[in-house]
Ligand binder design. Structure first.
Ligand code: 4AD
Ligand code: MG
Length: 463
């Protein structure tokens, strides 16, 4: 038995080949004397057409079991298709039904379902055209990311998910504990006694692997992380998840310019790779989800990103003839409406904003000579807003200690991070790419919950 994936068959198999496909039924059409099935195995957007003649043993009974959603194994001979829309079809010789699907109950009937509805059946939605395309493109993005870094000699390092530090200092931490919450041990002054907890101190799910990536960059020069990240920010938006994936390269002997150059080259590489390997899925998005997806991809690949300082960005925003919900002024963080105005309306391409005010950015960013700004950069994408956040890191021990204290953190908790500045410190830089925001940008999907198979958001951890 030669088992074949449908993508492979549609790409290169020839008439007269005998082969077997294992797949799920999308539709069944019964005509006089025969039936057509459309089946899909997830390997590509297109279905394979199957023809079953009534001379197949037990024809009536088998057809009764084959409904939308059923799983089938079909052995047959490939023939040139008479019909429109496909080059070849499979003439069935042996049909085996693995599992039927009750047509009265199977939730995915042949009609357009809303993404909201499909989110409630996330265990089945991957069998639809849209989610099939999204998750194939997601996979291709992941592949492109590893390819990009591995080709350039970056080492993939695995940073911990359980951690005792708040890298971003934003307090958006999920606590991790093995204490009995019904009977929490207390110290004499009624505080929670973490010395009795699993790790002997408060621990959390990581918000970023950056601090550990910096450790590894101080030994391997160029490294990257790619893993899950957690933020307990209660933002119910189409751009935020409580659990998301982040890619964080970190480079020793690198400044902010080098960091921006890498980030731009990186995004271009991913778009190029996906356009080359997922053409059919990208055309599907362009047709069904967002008519600008392919144009956007080509724009990313072929044009330079805009680069400007935060100070200049604020000036442009103050001059803009649009009404923002949040006022703009030097010192305040940019809101997503500001970010989108810059990328979507003003420059119509990704914009790299640099040199943000120190007080709105994390402690580890390198302080500039003006003592007011840090060498930070955010890449803002049309429709998405911030897709990448990065910086040159503070490599000077004394300045870093000052910044840690200024942000109300305890230098003792970060002794190992400060040690990196004591022994062989070098200028270094890195950034974090929000992987789901990238997939959103790539596919044009409006809601971040629809580009990760099992989204985690406030009040929602089903599946
Ligand atoms: O800007 P952020 O917070 O940067 C960091 O975590 C740095 N440690 C990165 C670094 O320099 N190594 O997060 C980086 C990116 C954001 O630009 C955004 O794309 C994404 O992570 N992100 C989220 N994506 C989905 N849901 C959320 N709640 C996100 N928070 C951040
Ligand atoms: Mg950020």
């Amino acid at each position: 038995m030669i088992k074949s994936r449908i993508a492979e068959i549609l790409r290169s198999s020839q008439p007269d080949e005998t082969l077997t496909v294992q797949s799920w039924v999308r539709t069944k059409r019964e005509l006089k004397g025969f039936a057509f099935l459309e089946v899909n195995d997830g390997s590509c957007l297109a279905n394979l057409q199957i023809v079953i003649n009534q001379d197949l043993p037990d024809y009536e009974n088998i057809l009764k079991q084959i409904n939308t959603g059923a799983s089938v194994e079909i052995e047959g001979v490939l023939v040139a298709s008479q019909g429109k829309g496909q080059r070849v079809e499979l003439q069935a010789k042996i049909v085996k039904v693995y599992g039927d699907a009750d047509p009265e109950k199977y939730p995915l009937q042949k009609k357009r379902h809303s993404f909201e509805f499909l989110r409630n059946i996330a265990h089945l939605r991957s069998r639809t055209n849209s989610f099939g395309a999204v998750f194939r493109v997601r996979n291709a993005c992941a592949n492109a990311i590893h390819q990009f870094f591995q080709q350039r000699g970056f080492m993939w390092v695995h940073t911990p998910i359980l951690t005792a530090s708040d890298c971003e200092g934003a307090g958006e931490l999920f606590n991790v504990t093995s204490l009995n919450l019904k009977d929490v041990p207390r110290t004499e002054d009624k505080e929670i006694d973490y010395s009795q907890d699993f790790f002997g101190k408060p621990t959390y799910l990581t918000v970023s692997g950056q601090l550990e990536a910096e450790i590894m960059a101080m030994a391997f020069s160029n490294v990257y992380t790619f893993g899950p990240t957690f933020r307990a920010e209660n933002s119910n938006t189409s751009r935020h998840l409580a659990e998301f994936w982040m890619v964080e390269p970190e480079m020793a002997f690198c400044d902010l310019e080098g960091d921006m150059d890498l980030a731009e080259e990186f995004l271009k590489h991913i778009f190029k790779y996906v356009m080359e390997t997922c053409r059919e899925d990208m055309e599907f998005f362009n047709l069904r989800i967002d008519k600008t997806v392919i144009e956007t991809a080509e724009n990313i690949i072929n044009n330079q990103f805009e680069r400007l300082t935060y100070t200049d960005a604020v000036k442009l925003l103050e001059k803009a003839d649009v009404k923002f919900d949040y006022p703009v002024s030097w010192g305040a963080d940019l809101q997503s409406e500001h970010e989108r105005y810059l990328a979507e309306q003003l420059f119509k391409k990704p914009v790299i904003v640099t040199d943000y005010p120190a007080q709105i950015k994390a402690f580890y960013m390198r302080l500039s000579d003006d003592e007011k700004t840090v060498r930070a950069m955010d890449i803002l994408a049309p429709k998405i807003g911030e897709i990448i956040g990065g910086s040159q890191r503070e490599e000077r021990l004394d300045v870093l200690e000052r910044r840690v204290l200024a942000q109300g953190m305890n230098p003792e908790d970060l002794w190992w991070y400060l040690d990196l500045r004591r022994y062989g410190s070098v200028p270094h830089a890195g950034f974090g790419l929000g992987f789901e925001r990238l997939v959103q940008f790539m596919t044009g999907m409006g809601n971040i919950r629809d580009v990760i198979p099992f989204p985690r958001t406030p009040q929602s951890a089903e599946f």
